[in-house]
Design a protein around this ligand. Sequence first.
Ligand SMILES: Nc1ncnc2c1ncn2[C@@H]1O[C@H](COP(=O)(O)OP(=O)(O)O)[C@@H](O)[C@H]1O
Ligand SMILES: CC(=O)N[C@@H](CCC(=O)OP(=O)(O)O)C(=O)O
Length: 293
Amino acid sequence: MSAEKVNVLIEALPYIKEFYGKTVVIKYGGSAMVDCRLKEAVIQDVILMRYVGMNPVIVHGGGPAITAMLDRMGKKTEFINGLRVTDSETMEIVEMVLVGKINQEIVALLNQLGGKAVGLSGKDGQLIQAEKKLANWYDESGQEVTADIGYVGEVRKVNPAVIETLVTEGYIPVIAPIGVGRQGETYNINADYVAGAVAGALKAHKLILLTDVEGIFADLEDKKSLISCIKVDEVPGLINRGIISGGMIPKIQCCVEALEEGVSRAHIINGRIPHSLLLEIFTRKGIGTMVVK
Ligand SMILES: Nc1ncnc2c1ncn2[C@@H]1O[C@H](COP(=O)(O)OP(=O)(O)O)[C@@H](O)[C@H]1O
Ligand SMILES: CC(=O)N[C@@H](CCC(=O)OP(=O)(O)O)C(=O)O
């Protein structure tokens, strides 16, 4: 081994010490699942985190794959406030793609590359207990509008016991954002919200959201003004002024929720940069946008 490689390891030592035994929840969004090379890089990072003593827990999305499958089946999809309108047939397809395909692909890759992974849906061990979510927004005249968007759920309660048992046994839990209702009904939940709720329930040290942009920009158009740190009390203003919009709203909201539940740090980073997780964890400056209390 060269002296340079030894230096790299020594530089990582303070971070390895800091994160030893700590839980890190990673939200692996569909927009960061681009190609095989990139997927392998994400999975390698997670395995490395586990081998140096952290407890990574993955919550995955898969929005683009769901849309592609609905297209193949000739079914139109519509989003309201960033949430997919989910009728019963769409719900079946969402569950099939998230649990049957994406979750299993991530688990298989983790196991193949040397990790020990177990896949879960929110139904397993009553992990994600959910209730129906309605969409709310204000129309041009300032009137509040409420719409029924079908089997879209919000997290009512996370039962962390099953995750904790798996982590204690050395497994990496991989969670699909499907919730179960009081009557056993199935709900489609935005994966950002599930990641925030899981991080909060586990009192995780960190929540890291992998997406398709560097982080939060002050001006999304020019993509030059990355905001490296946002305080929770700045968030409502950033949303009201339209600086944070669209798919970034559930992300920042889930960071806020996780911090309020006791998570120390939340980060939004670009999952399309190879090894972005390691760059965030093992460098002093980190990358992306950090959200703090
Ligand atoms: N201020 C902002 N900075 C960065 N991205 C933003 C901002 N406001 C809105 N966005 C949008 O949020 C998107 C990320 O959300 P989304 O597409 O839902 O990602 P994912 O599939 O990872 O959940 C970005 O690609 C960007 O278009
Ligand atoms: C209600 C709702 O919108 N659910 C999402 C669940 C998947 C998801 O959140 O995936 P990404 O993280 O890749 O966007 C959906 O149906 O697309």
